[in-house]
Design a protein around this ligand. Structure first.
Ligand code: ZN
Length: 308
């Protein structure tokens, strides 16, 4: 009897044990499935049964929840980046702010500008030319010969004081001598530069070679002057003041200027420091100013006009 009771007791205990194990197993099973679903996300989608799907969705949600802060963080960082980009853009805009001057420059380039140039001086007529330029509020560029500079300190100083540009025209003005070699061209310009600097303290790099660069300036001559920082300028309007010596000079100059104007080309006008030029310069200036030109000096930063 006792044995039977013991056996029954053992069986009951076993049953209780089995039931409790089942309970334990059943209580853990969803988590196991959940972890499986989490690790096998692509397969989880194909699992039948709402529970597994729910687990799968939950896992996704969990992942989303976990990712959410990251996404937000990323968004925040993104927006920070956006902000910083905007800031950069603003900074760039601020940096580029000199656009206003650029626009002004564009407007300036659209504005009509003429460049008066006077060669072979200074002479006795340079003073009167400066008087006329002052009267009309015009600026000009003087390409000067080294021997002419000596003894004309006052007129050189006046050019500087009154805002004109001082350029170099060499020493000999002799076609054969000047264009002998690259060294000769460079040597004459260096001498003229040194003399001007000695007299005024101003070191000029604007040059015009006698009779113009074409056809005399060979490629190695051009290279020599450019290598030494000189900017060589010819002209695109020849007043022929040396030839006409009368009012034809005015007509000739105006005809050439109006032709260039049709092609939107700014005139660089060749004159000389001569008596006839003093006489007829006012008529040319009247024409230029009444046609909306402003009269400025040549400068190193401008693109030089060269004979073709
Ligand atoms: Zn000359």
């Amino acid at each position: 009897m006792v044995k039977i009771i013991r056996k029954v007791g053992v069986i009951v205990l076993l049953v209780i044990l089995i039931l409790s194990i089942q309970e334990i197993v059943s209580s853990f099973s969803p988590k196991i499935i959940g972890s499986m679903a989490a690790t096998d996300v692509p397969n989880a989608v194909t699992i039948d049964g709402s529970d597994e799907l729910a687990e799968h969705n939950y896992c996704d949600a969990e992942q989303l929840d976990e990712e959410q802060p990251n996404v937000e963080q990323a968004n925040t960082e993104q927006s920070k980046e956006d902000l910083s980009q905007e800031e950069k853009q603003e900074e760039q805009t601020e940096v580029i702010l000199p656009e206003t001057p650029q626009e002004e420059q564009q407007e300036e380039s659209k504005a009509k500008v003429a460049y008066l140039t006077f060669d072979d001086g200074p002479t006795a007529y340079t003073g009167p030319i400066l008087d006329i330029l002052a009267e009309y509020g015009a600026k000009a560029t003087f390409f000067m010969l080294e021997p002419q500079m000596e003894g004309n300190y006052e007129v050189l100083q006046r050019m500087i004081n009154e805002g004109h540009a001082l350029g170099l025209h060499g020493v000999t003005h002799d076609r054969k001598q000047f264009y002998q070699s690259a060294e000769r061209v460079l040597g004459e310009m260096n001498m003229a530069q040194a003399k001007l600097a000695e007299l005024t303290g101003y070191k000029s790099f604007l040059i015009r070679t006698p009779y113009g660069s074409k056809p005399h300036m060979k490629p190695d001559y051009m290279e020599a002057v450019e290598m030494n920082g000189y900017k060589i300028w010819d002209w695109n309007v020849d007043s022929r003041d040396w030839l006409y010596r009368d009012e034809r000079m005015v007509d000739e100059t105006i005809n050439q200027i109006s032709t260039l104007e049709q092609y939107d080309i700014q005139p660089v006008i060749l004159f000389h420091d001569r008596k006839d030029t003093v006489d007829y310069l006012p008529q040319v200036l009247e024409y230029l100013l009444s046609n909306g030109f402003s009269l400025k000096t040549l400068a190193l930063e401008l693109k030089p006009v060269l004979l073709k």
